[in-house]
Design a protein. Structure first.
Length: 544
């Protein structure tokens, strides 16, 4: 017997398009993964301590920095020479105050010898970026001079740096804390004295308080000056890898380490230390040094304020459009307008926020409640409140559309069952429809937070600044300062990449800041996703 013939294999019509779309999805995912890998690898590398070689060039070849044939610094990358044969190394030579630049290219063919001196130090300074060199001596107050070859040199240098760090923190506490509070109170007193004089009132008590504050201010300023003078008391002598001898006050040193003498465990510990400093410190040197804590805090607070502002308006508008409004031309026109708003460029919302929130609403608030401080504006200038409301206005279409879709997904039978039990329409919406659609509403919030947290253009008009002296939340009454300007991670990236005086040196910081912006957005989204899943499990029933 012969086996029956198999029926011919027929392909479903349009199957090739399914494969094409799957390939598009795979390519898109691959691009996203590659982008994230680039950001993570470049961002994490900023905090890992690299070895510092000292390079001796061939006879007759100069380093391009001075007349020496020796150069040194961290190897940033190795690449083929442009339009020439061979390879070139890019070195981070640091010592910007000595060389006038931070990076230098060296032709690999000109290199005769590469050494890694164990005594070389990488010194993070308050100004002029890092310094790299070999320590020569430490001169402390009183004229005592300790050579780098002395056994007590390392201990005395560490103690001097710790003392300088403690003084620096005391100076910061005096100037930003105590003197800052006194200056703010003196400014208010001056305005009150001026207003009392215009009304013909008594100003004796106000004058006495102002005099007392001025005396306290001068005492604190004198104390800060004394501490600054002590910061210049100890001096570190060091020799650059190019051979020049230089000195620096120990008070300028933030941190130092010997990269070539560190083992894997030591480097890991220093990596974690650098990471923590980057997350917890304030920026320095035009944002190219220091940390990003104010930018992280400002982004987080602004995003929360935006979420609190956008949710009620978006949900109420969606409920009216879906549950109460009679479907017709007007409702269709409103939906078209909402969809069009989602495509408006963000800078347009920034201009609107500047004109409406800052000038109109903020100016009116100043006229009604802060007349004594005029012409200095309180709410009539950019601040975190107006930035949050501007982004809320920009993201409200996302909430409306997501909420409408979630409300429409609630089965009709659940609504009719509630109405049949005697519940009113609002009771049905409140107790049945909204709980059942809460996961979809939170999906809209997640999308809105992801978009709002990364926006930069509108914030540049309504409150974000390069460096904010005070956080929008602190321990000074009224604790939440909605009128204050703030820092933002997105604007910080823009400032580093395009406004930095040394864009090449700031490039690693751009990747690091971008990495933490992505992590912050992911953290906020994960929190909303966990809340959404909890609500979905809570209100999940067979009817839904």
């Amino acid at each position: 017997m012969t086996a029956p013939a198999r029926p011919p294999i027929t392909r479903t019509k349009g199957e090739q398009y399914v494969w094409m779309t799957s390939m598009g999805l795979a390519i898109g995912l691959l691009m996203v993964v590659c982008l994230l890998w680039l950001i993570v690898s470049q961002g994490v590398a900023v905090f890992w301590p690299a070895d510092v070689p000292q390079i001796t060039l061939r006879a007759g070849v100069k380093n391009g920095l001075n007349d020496a044939s020796v150069i040194g610094g961290e190897i940033v990358k190795k690449q083929p020479r442009a339009e020439k044969d061979g390879e070139e190394w890019q070195l981070f030579v640091a010592n910007r105050d000595a060389y006038g630049l931070s990076f230098k290219y060296v032709n690999a063919a000109d290199i005769e010898r590469v050494e890694f001196p164990p005594a070389v130090l990488v010194i993070e300074r308050i100004e002029y970026g890092d310094a790299i060199g070999l320590p020569s001596f430490l001169e402390i107050q009183g004229g005592e001079k300790i050579a780098a070859t002395d056994a007590a040199f390392a201990t005395r240098l560490a103690a001097s740096v710790q003392e300088a760090d403690a003084r620096r923190r005391t100076i910061q506490q005096i100037e930003k804390g105590q003197i800052g509070d006194i200056s703010a109170e003196m400014q208010q007193l001056k305005q009150r004295i001026t207003n009392a004089g215009k009304r013909g009132g008594a100003v004796t008590a106000l004058d006495e308080r102002a005099t007392a504050l001025q005396t306290e201010y001068e005492a604190l300023a004198a104390r800060a000056s004394e501490l600054r003078a002590e910061q210049a008391g100890a001096t570190l002598g060091y020799r650059l890898l190019t051979g020049e001898e230089r000195t620096m006050p120990v008070g300028q040193i933030v941190h130092y380490y010997p990269p070539n003498a560190l083992g894997p465990g030591d480097k890991l510990g220093l990596f974690l230390h650098n990471l923590w400093v980057f997350l917890s410190d304030e920026p320095r040197e035009a944002n190219t040094e220091g940390g990003i804590f104010p930018a992280i805090f400002g982004t987080f607070v602004m995003t929360l304020l935006m979420s609190v502002a956008v949710m009620p308006f978006g949900i109420v508008a969606a409920i009216y459009l879906r549950e109460y409004a009679r479907q017709g031309f007007f409702v269709r026109a409103v939906r078209i307008a909402v969809n069009n708003l989602a495509g408006v460029p963000s800078i347009v919302f920034g201009v609107f926020g500047l004109g409406f929130f800052v000038y109109s609403v903020g100016g009116t608030i100043d006229q009604l409640f802060f007349r004594d401080t005029l012409p200095t504006p309180t709410f009539g200038t950019g601040g975190i409140l107006w930035a949050a409301l501007t982004l809320a206005l920009m993201t409200v279409p996302v909430i409306i559309v997501a909420t409408e879709e979630a409300l429409a997904a609630v089965p009709r039978g659940a609504r009719e069952a509630s109405l049949a039990c005697g519940a009113s329409k609002w009771q049905t919406i409140q107790n049945v429809v909204l709980p059942a659609s809460s996961s979809g509403i939170l999906t809209g919030l997640i999308l809105a937070m992801a978009r709002g947290a990364g926006e930069v253009a509108p914030l540049m008009l309504v409150g974000v600044v390069k460096l904010a002296p005070s956080l929008p939340l602190d321990f000074s009454f009224p604790f939440i300062h909605l009128d204050r300007k703030f820092m933002h991670l997105g604007f910080h990236i823009y400032d580093l990449g395009f406004q930095s005086p040394d864009s090449e040196a700031a490039k690693p910081m751009v990747f690091a800041t971008t990495l933490f912006l992505i992590l912050l957005v992911v953290l906020l989204n994960l929190s909303a996703i966990l809340l959404r899943e909890r609500l979905r499990r809570k209100y999940a029933t067979g009817a839904f």
